[in-house]
Design a protein around this ligand. Structure first.
Ligand SMILES: NC(=O)c1ccc[n+]([C@@H]2O[C@H](COP(=O)([O-])OP(=O)(O)OC[C@H]3O[C@@H](n4cnc5c(N)ncnc54)[C@H](OP(=O)(O)O)[C@@H]3O)[C@@H](O)[C@H]2O)c1
Length: 166
């Protein structure tokens, strides 16, 4: 399954100055527990914000630069299809972990969203989720985390046969 996971503020902001504009350990812990043992795909700019590969997860970095250095436990791929081909042959889920460019690219392929709502409105934020990213999805679970965070789980609505007119 392909799952998007993101933390958003009240205006759907996700980043500022190339970084995450908050630090919530409850969300970090939740992110780790949710993604561990699976594959994660991220854009090169999000990769640059990490101290190193996410442990116990297959790290895939998307970059158009064929010379982007690969390293142990990190695979660099240059297009969405290569990521999908790779993941199809595997058992693990693929978590799409951002940033905005990569969420946008995977939007048609994402089957579930896990969205942490951060109780802030970040001034000067410069990276946002696409406004329509939850179109066609419905919430099936709501979880409360510490630090005033809420996590909403969404799955893609199944189209009714009667809607599929020729
Ligand atoms: N709140 C959250 O949950 C969350 C999660 C993740 C990230 N973030 C934040 O989001 C911001 C970064 O997001 P961003 O949108 O600027 O960058 P990004 O999506 O992390 O990375 C963009 C890079 O991905 C590569 N890329 C994009 N489209 C591609 C394509 N079609 N084919 C191959 N490679 C492609 C390019 O790398 P090359 O330039 O090497 O070609 C591009 O520069 C940061 O502020 C980060 O902290 C927030």
């Amino acid at each position: 399954m392909i799952i998007g996971i993101v933390a958003v503020d009240q205006n759907l902001a996700i980043g500022k100055d190339g970084r995450l504009p908050w630090h919530y350990s409850a969300d970090m812990k939740f992110f780790k527990q949710t993604t561990i043992g699976n594959a994660v795909v991220m854009g090169r700019l999000t990769w640059l914000t990490l101290p190193g590969p996410l442990k116990d997860r297959q790290n895939i970095v998307l970059s158009r630069d064929p010379n982007h250095p690969s390293q142990d436990s990190v695979v660099v791929l240059s297009d969405v299809d290569s990521v999908l081909d790779r993941i199809r042959k595997q058992e693990e889920h693929l978590f799409v972990i951002g940033g905005a460019q990569v969420y946008e690219l995977f939007l048609p392929h994402i089957e579930r969203w896990i969205v942490t709502e951060v109780p802030l409105a970040i001034e000067g934020a410069d990276t946002f989720m696409p406004a329509n990213f939850l179109d066609g999805f419905e919430m099936y679970e709501l979880r409360q985390l510490a630090e005033g965070l809420r996590v909403k789980f969404y799955e893609r609505k199944v189209a009714l046969v009667s809607e599929a007119r020729p």
